[in-house]
Design a protein around this ligand. Structure first.
Ligand code: ADP
Length: 271
């Protein structure tokens, strides 16, 4: 049996899925997923490339319908452009000559959610200033995006996603291309948003280890299946063997880091 979260209590969860299947017209990417995430939970979404992690985010954002089963956010099907969901997409490179100021980008996080022509107000300006402050990036307000480091950029994207005060935060590989110190800093920042504001954060990552001190749950997608639960339930030899359908060993070092042995290619960085 794959681990799954306990009984699904309606009303107390922000996200619930029952027998959910994801995919595209002619192909199922994963199926039979059951999970429930409550307010203020920090969840890592991991699995090999092509497993269907981004497809999950597309469904949560209302950009793609489930192939089967049900998915509810705030007790209703996901809908496009919901301001209660903050999204940080994968963004790789910003040209060094991009001279849009950080504060402007963060304000766009508000304007993107408005209908029609709606010039920025003082309220928007103040909200953007507060959002930057909230991620410890006030000093970057008037810096052009093009001159920022990878870690600073991720902070600004986080502020942009948080400016509308969402209840759910979806982060697509925010840690890629960050060195260890910046990765640790950003994770602390995200964790503090989760703990102090009760935001539910789902974060796609390749390496689970830096996340382990902060996580409430892991959603592991592989081989067309999904295992969800506490890290101690999902990251076991038994559960990952059931998920992958081949013998997998999960080893732990004295610091609690896990190494997943038996599935080639994608997990080299987890060892
Ligand atoms: P991950 O984020 O885990 O790397 P994705 O969710 O991007 O995986 O993709 C899951 C699978 O769905 C992959 O096999 C990918 O090729 C396929 N896929 C992604 N987008 C589309 C699409 N628009 N049409 C058909 N197949 C797609």
């Amino acid at each position: 049996m794959l681990p799954r979260t306990g009984a699904i209590e309606m009303g107390s969860n922000l996200i619930t899925a029952e027998n959910l299947a994801a995919g595209y017209r002619d192909k199922t990417v994963w199926q039979d997923a059951n999970f429930a995430f409550g307010r203020g939970e920090f969840i890592a979404v991991i699995g090999p490339n092509g497993a269907g992690k981004t497809t999950l985010f597309r469904m949560l954002l209302g950009l793609q319908a489930p192939l089967n089963g049900s998915l509810e956010i705030f007790d209703a099907p996901p809908r496009r452009g919901n301001p209660r969901i903050g999204y940080v997409p994968q963004r790789h490179i910003i040209d060094s000559d991009t001279n849009v100021e950080c504060l402007e980008l963060v304000r766009l996080g508000l304007s993107g959610k408005k209908w029609g022509f709606n010039p920025f107000s003082h309220g928007d300006h103040d909200a953007a200033v507060l959002a930057l402050e909230g991620v410890g990036a006030s000093e970057l307000a008037h810096r052009p995006l093009g001159v920022l480091s990878g870690g600073e950029l991720q902070r600004i994207f986080l502020a942009e996603a948080l400016v509308s005060k969402p209840d759910i935060l979806l982060l697509d590989e925010p840690l890629s291309n960050l060195d260890l110190r910046r990765e640790t800093d950003l994770l602390h920042q995200i964790n503090s948003v989760v703990r102090t504001r009760g935001v539910t954060a789902l974060l796609i990552a390749h390496n689970i280890n830096p996340l382990l001190p902060h996580l409430d749950k892991v959603m592991y997608i592989a081989n067309g299946k999904v295992a969800t639960g506490k890290p101690s339930e999902v990251l076991t030899s038994e559960s990952l063997t059931a998920l992958y359908g081949v013998q997998v060993e999960v080893l732990r070092d004295p610091h609690g880091n896990v190494a997943i042995i038996g599935v080639e290619e994608h997990h080299g960085d987890m060892v």
